[in-house]
Write a protein that binds this ligand. Structure first.
Ligand code: AMP
Length: 516
């Protein structure tokens, strides 16, 4: 790769910041070890290819399907530097979901790692969208890069809402900067940090909390493309890392792996992991039993935080000071949080908002501040629904404050199932299962599960006495839904519990599963 002079008038905040980090190691990945200078050089070269003679991509959406690693980071930065909007596709998603995301975002360019070209080529071809292989995007010459104002769109990340298909959450360069700066400050990031990032890179947790915070700080982001608990333990025990972040399921898996090791390896790894300065957990409720077991093994009291794709992180336990088990701490600097009374409209099943709650009472978490997203892409009605007149974002999560510490109660709506840290829309799974030729009607709920937090669970009414099993339903749905959305539990019923309006009474269905 030939060195390319760097544009000193860089306007994207994260990239401008990187110019001060020069020869420090930015990324360690399967492809090798790369400095900030390498990242600036390569991303400028790839930006030139994306621009293809244009002066500015002017917020064109660039969908990219690249496994977690060096090429992923270069592609993301190149899209930003060319003035485009980064729309990361999930490597775990089947073609139907990838197609949905490309169409919904209105992508006009697709970038693909060679491993995914065969999946993306027919999608790109049928839509007349150029497909660029990451194999062909190095070594171009330098071109002038556009000035990208920080209120321009930076990313569209897809997240499941309560109404069917995933929605695209639009973040600007400015909102990303706010999300990053508050975490860098609150969690004491510095250039001396070295994080192992095992989180998916189509999600806020992996993209912002782990990767962008590291790169903002001049730290090293080591990327592991595939989950492997034994390998993660090797790295945790190596003494080279300072930081690690995971969802509760990740820590549960690491606990399981450690418990199967020899006493000698256990002792060596426990000693190594204790040398990290911070271990963070979030995206789903951390069971106190997991927190305690992890403390026995590693010496760390996990720092639990609360956040969402739409807002970045909002609440966090402290870096220094007591971390209260089962609680998510207090609002991060620069993030306004309030709890508002909610009531359920018996007729419609919709939640109504009222006044801020009295102390100690549970209410909906509402968030305001520069880190909050701009809009759901192409969905003005959905955007309007989640912001109140004073600009508060209504999260749909319920919490209370106990002794000054926030405690999360869960989703107000039962239609979002959080399984292994991933959000699944019950409605979306229902819509897919309903297409099965033997399914007359179905309803999907989340059932408490020791491994996954909640297990996606489907109740189905079979057509004309047909036999539907968990395995046959999963097998059939595999081409249509991401693996974590496939039902873990399936029951067949003669009738679903419904109210007078004919709507499924989900709390009743949950009871039926729990009685099983
Ligand atoms: P996502 O947008 O995929 O990051 O999912 C955000 C959702 O995850 C939130 O709306 C919460 O319901 C849930 N969540 C995030 N952090 C926590 C936490 N510490 N405890 C409980 N739920 C959480």
């Amino acid at each position: 790769m030939s060195p390319t002079p760097i544009d000193s008038h860089e306007s994207v905040p994260l990239i401008a910041q990187a110019q001060g980090h020069g020869a420090r190691t930015a990324v360690v990945a399967p492809e090798g070890k790369f400095s900030y200078d390498d990242l600036l050089t390569s991303s400028a070269e790839v930006a030139a290819i994306l621009l293809d003679g244009a002066s500015d991509l002017a917020e064109a959406r660039v969908a990219f399907l690249v496994p977690a690693g060096w090429t992923y980071v270069v592609t993301q930065w190149a899209i930003w530097r060319a003035g485009g909007v980064a729309v990361p596709l999930a490597v775990s998603h089947p073609p139907a979901e990838i197609e949905y995301t490309i169409d919904d975002a209105g992508a006009t360019v697709i970038v693909a790692h060679p491993d995914f070209e065969s999946v993306l080529a027919p999608i790109a071809q049928s839509r007349g969208i150029p497909l660029i292989s990451t194999d062909r995007i190095t070594g171009s010459s330098r071109v002038a890069l556009p000035t990208v104002a920080d209120d321009r769109m930076a990313t569209i990340l897809y997240t499941s809402g309560s109404t069917g298909k995933p929605k695209g959450v639009v973040a600007t360069h400015r909102s990303i900067q706010a999300q990053v700066e508050t975490l860098v400050d609150a969690w004491g990031w510095s250039a001396g940090d070295h994080i192992l990032n095992v989180l998916p890179l189509h999600h806020v947790h992996g993209i912002i909390n782990a990767m962008a915070c590291a790169l903002w700080s001049g730290a090293t982001c080591e990327i592991l493309p595939r989950w492997n608990a034994n390998l993660v333990w090797d790295r945790l025990g190596s003494g080279e890392l300072t930081l690690f972040m995971g969802v509760p399921t990740i820590y549960a898996s690491l606990i399981g792996e450690w418990e199967g090791m020899s006493a000698e390896r256990q002792a060596a790894l426990s000693e190594g992991v204790a040398r990290l300065r911070l271990m963070v957990c979030g995206s789903d409720a951390l069971p106190v039993a997991t927190l305690e077991r992890w403390k026995d093994i590693s010496g760390h009291t996990l720092l639990e935080r609360y956040g969402m794709t739409e807002i970045g992180m909002a609440l966090s336990n402290p870096l220094v000071g007591e971390r209260v088990p089962g609680h998510v701490g207090t609002p991060l600097p620069g993030v306004e949080v309030r709890l508002v009374e909610m009531s359920l409209d018996e007729e419609t099943g919709e939640h109504k908002h009222g006044a801020p709650v009295s102390p100690g009472k549970a209410g909906e978490i509402q968030v305001r501040g520069p880190s909050v997203f701009r809009e759901y892409w192409g969905r003005p009605d959905s955007t309007r629904e989640v912001f109140d007149r004073e600009g508060w974002f209504c999260s749909g999560d319920v919490a209370s404050v106990e002794d000054g510490q926030y405690r999360i109660w869960g989703r107000a709506s039962q239609d979002i199932i959080i399984t292994g840290g991933e959000n699944v829309s019950a409605r979306e799974v229902e819509q897919v299962l309903a297409l099965h030729p033997d399914v007359e009607r179905c309803a999907v709920v989340g059932i408490r599960d020791p491994k996954w937090g909640k297990a996606v669970s489907a109740a189905v009414i079979a057509r004309d006495g047909a036999q539907i099993t968990r395995d046959s339903l999963r097998e059939w749905a595999r081409d249509r839904l991401a693996p974590y959305k496939l039902p873990q539990r399936v029951i067949t019923l003669d009738v679903l519990p419904t109210n007078a309006m004919g709507k499924v009474v989900k709390p009743r269905l949950v009871e039926m599963f729990e009685a099983e």
